[in-house]
Design a protein around this ligand. Structure first.
Ligand code: Z7D
Length: 267
């Protein structure tokens, strides 16, 4: 399982004054604020997931997905992950102090951390009994994604989601983990990184102490995101034209910035 307290993050983004006030905001208020932001920006909502018995795809439906052209399946996943990232952006904007960052810092944190939060949130849509994930309204196992042509990435995505799901984190823990990942995005993984004096240690220390047994190993999430980036490049080489207009601009900007200006396939 990818979660180890030893990887407890030791520093949040140095400029994030989450309680940008003279008197620190009580950690309970901060936690409540993060949870509300999480609940408002997660899909499906927690209440939709609880007790709901999701249907599984029939063998014929799975076969239809497996028969889809690679580009079509990549576009489907790209659209879904882009929608998920847009919700993470909204979550970040609701975090105390985030909008007080410079636009540059906001973009740096989101570029480095949004995908990690998407992957963290994915465990909410995983069915513990079957290890299948909610995809286009039904439960899908890794075999449904065969036409993507990247079985190792798909396996890694499912393994991570299953490992996190097995910890049965509460929505509050996932909310705090998401805030921590975003505020720590892009920071060195070394645990020896000194605490940032400027940061509002209120939230940082609260996050680290409240969810320390569940902190995702940032190295594991970063490796997963790197694996995704590698596969995006593989896909682009196989389908130079297929990566242009059919992919959401935000997806191209985040994961293939050199192609985001429409020059795909010309390099
Ligand atoms: O439901 S999903 O489309 C899904 C895709 C692949 C998978 F193995 C499991 C789920 C989704 C997702 C989309 C792209 C992801 O990384 C990029 C990626 C991974 C694998 C192949 C292509 C792209 C990860 C997750 C889950 C959360 C948001 C949407």
């Amino acid at each position: 399982c990818p979660l180890r307290a030893a990887d407890a993050v030791s520093c949040c983004h140095p400029c994030v004054l989450l309680s940008h006030r003279a008197t620190p905001v009580p950690s309970e208020l901060l936690t409540q604020s993060v949870l509300l932001s999480h609940r408002a920006t997660c899909h499906p909502r927690a209440e939709d997931l609880q007790g709901h018995r999701w249907a599984t795809f029939s063998p014929e439906e799975i076969c239809a997905y497996q028969s889809q052209p690679m580009a079509e399946m990549w576009q489907r996943c790209a659209r879904r992950v882009t929608e998920a990232i847009e919700r993470v952006v909204e979550f970040a904007k609701r975090l105390r102090g985030f909008l007080q960052l410079s636009q540059h810092d906001q973009i740096v944190l989101l570029k480095a951390g949004a995908m990690e939060v998407v992957l963290l949130r994915m465990c909410r849509a995983l069915d513990a009994a079957t290890g299948a994930v909610l995809f286009e309204g039904k439960l899908a196992g890794p075999e449904l994604f065969r036409s993507l042509g990247c079985p190792e990435l798909v396996a890694s995505v499912f393994d991570f989601a299953r490992g996190l799901s097995a910890l049965r984190c509460s929505e509050s823990e996932l909310a705090l983990l998401s805030a921590l990942l975003l505020l720590n995005a892009g920071q060195p993984l070394s645990p020896s990184v000194p605490k940032c004096p400027q940061v509002s240690l209120g939230l940082c220390s609260h996050l680290c102490h409240s969810v320390s047994p569940q902190l995702p190993a940032p190295g594991r999430l970063r490796a997963l995101c790197s694996q995704h980036l590698e596969q995006v490049q593989v896909f682009r080489r196989l389908h130079p034209a297929g990566f242009s207009a059919a992919f959401p601009p935000l997806y191209r900007e985040l994961f293939a910035p050199d192609a985001a200006d429409g020059s795909a396939g010309t390099r």
